[in-house]
Design a protein around this ligand. Structure first.
Ligand code: NAD
Length: 422
């Protein structure tokens, strides 16, 4: 359907400030169009539609052209910046504006703040894709090579050419509408505490199987509940069988994993019998101490002291890991990176090329990793508390599928689906 006149449009008042924008793609199914219209009015503006083309079937893209009006220039700027994040681009194309960074570690005022959605910048009349897409960064442009990349505030170097303002920017929100039959077709935060989980776990297994067989990259982010619930053999199986290509965790996961290897307990509770052990509360400290005396987890494996578990399997199968420190850590283990900026930098390198991310039983690390991942990385967050998934989506990781369940049955069904535990 095409409406090229002003049928059905809202007539704006005689607002002095206006700009024409266009929006295309799956803007109806994904509810992007109503969202854009709602943003315009709730931010104090008005719109007039000039052209609307609605696709005939679910796979056809749609198109709309609007005039956005506002009572003041700053109000119009805010509206255009906001709807720009949903894919609304000015009809009149401009090149992006660049300003050299005047100091290390900070952007020029007015820098363009990124989202996790695919973004392009317009340079000398050409649209170029932004590399290393990440939310809450700026964009640095190399005019000589015509490349643009997301850059974290802390990594800005004086003289870097930084995009400022919203002109010459184009965001193409990841489609959320293509196949509602599958959890991943409709990328959305589905907190499914009362839905059958086996179907979703089967889909996750299928995705992981395809990723493991091809050249895709699976990231697992895990918390210590994996060990406390007696699930470490399940995660170890996934690592041994090439279903984990990168692991992110903190001191606790590695510590209790090693505690189980050394003492058969997790936080002093026997993994075999579920009862407390004499002086068991000291086991994790004794484990950390033993590894510190050797210099690190690798040394513990090389010297034959650590012979099982998640960290052991990572080292045996060359699965890179980042153990990021936190303020509550005991020890920590020598492998834990206590400078959070250094940990972030290493994580940024390792998330490059990740196509699927499984976050299990950690709020802190799940949200930290959610912030680093582009919106097109399929992400599953498994947690017993729905608030963890909600927090992830509130912070912009809308692509996360949430599974509200105990991590142990989740991992058991996943491993079964992948051919383990027969
Ligand atoms: N002794 C130590 O050094 C020590 C101890 C604990 C945590 N830490 C560190 O503190 C930081 C935060 O720890 P965290 O990530 O565990 O805490 P967190 O609070 O960020 O996340 C724990 C998550 O696990 C979920 N959970 C608990 N039991 C579960 C189950 N059975 N199934 C599914 N989900 C379950 C909770 O709902 C919560 O979301 C990490 O860096 C960790 O390494 C250190």
């Amino acid at each position: 359907m095409s409406l090229t006149d002003e049928q059905g449009s809202v007539t704006p008042s005689q607002a002095a400030f206006h700009e024409d924008v266009e929006l295309s793609g799956h803007i109806i199914d994904s509810l992007l169009l109503p969202k854009v219209l709602d943003e315009i009015t709730s931010l104090g503006g008005e719109y007039q539609s000039h052209e609307i083309r609605i696709g005939h079937n679910r796979h056809d893209p749609s198109y709309v052209r609007l005039t956005v009006s506002a009572p003041t220039e700053p109000c119009l700027e805010i509206i255009l910046r906001t709807i720009g994040q949903h894919g609304a681009v000015p009809v009149q194309h401009h090149d992006c504006r660049l300003e050299p960074a005047d100091m290390n570690g900070a952007f020029p005022e007015g820098f363009y703040a990124t989202t996790n959605e695919p973004t392009e910048v317009r340079l000398a009349g050409h649209w170029i894709g932004v590399d290393r897409q990440e939310m809450d960064c700026g964009i640095a442009v190399d005019s000589a090579t015509k490349r643009a990349r997301c850059v974290a505030m802390v990594d800005v170097q004086r003289g870097d050419l930084i995009v400022v303002g919203r002109l010459g920017m184009r965001v193409s929100p990841v489609g959320r509408d293509l196949d509602r039959k599958h959890s991943f077709g409709f990328m959305n935060s589905t907190v499914s505490s009362e839905k059958p989980k086996n179907v979703t776990v089967r889909e996750i297994a299928e995705l992981m199987r395809r990723a493991a067989q091809g050249s895709e990259k699976i990231l697992v982010v895990a918390g210590p509940a994996v060990i406390h619930t007696g699930s470490r053999e399940l995660l170890s199986w996934l690592i041994r069988n090439n279903f984990v290509h990168v692991l992110f965790a903190g001191n606790a996961l590695a510590t209790h994993d090693i505690e189980q290897s050394f003492f058969g307990t997790s936080l002093g509770i026997s993994i075999q019998h579920g009862d407390t052990t004499e002086e068991g509360h000291e086991h994790h400290l004794r484990s950390i101490n033993r590894v510190r005396r050797l210099g690190g987890i690798r040394q513990a494996v090389e010297q034959g002291l650590l012979t099982s578990g998640i960290m052991y399997e990572c080292l045996q199968h060359n699965v890179p890991f980042v153990l990021a420190g936190s303020i509550r850590d005991d020890g920590p283990l020598p492998d834990v990176i206590t400078d959070s900026l250094v940990a972030q930098t290493q994580m940024r390198e390792l998330v490059q090329g990740v196509t699927f991310c499984l976050m299990i039983a950690t709020t802190l690390h799940s949200i930290a990793v959610g912030n680093l991942l582009p919106a097109w990385v399929k992400t599953v967050c498994v947690d017993i508390n729905p608030a963890t998934v909600t927090k992830l989506s509130d912070r912009g990781s809308f692509q996360t599928i949430g599974l509200v369940t105990d991590v142990e049955p989740f991992l058991r069904i996943l491993v079964q689906e992948l051919g383990g535990l027969t």
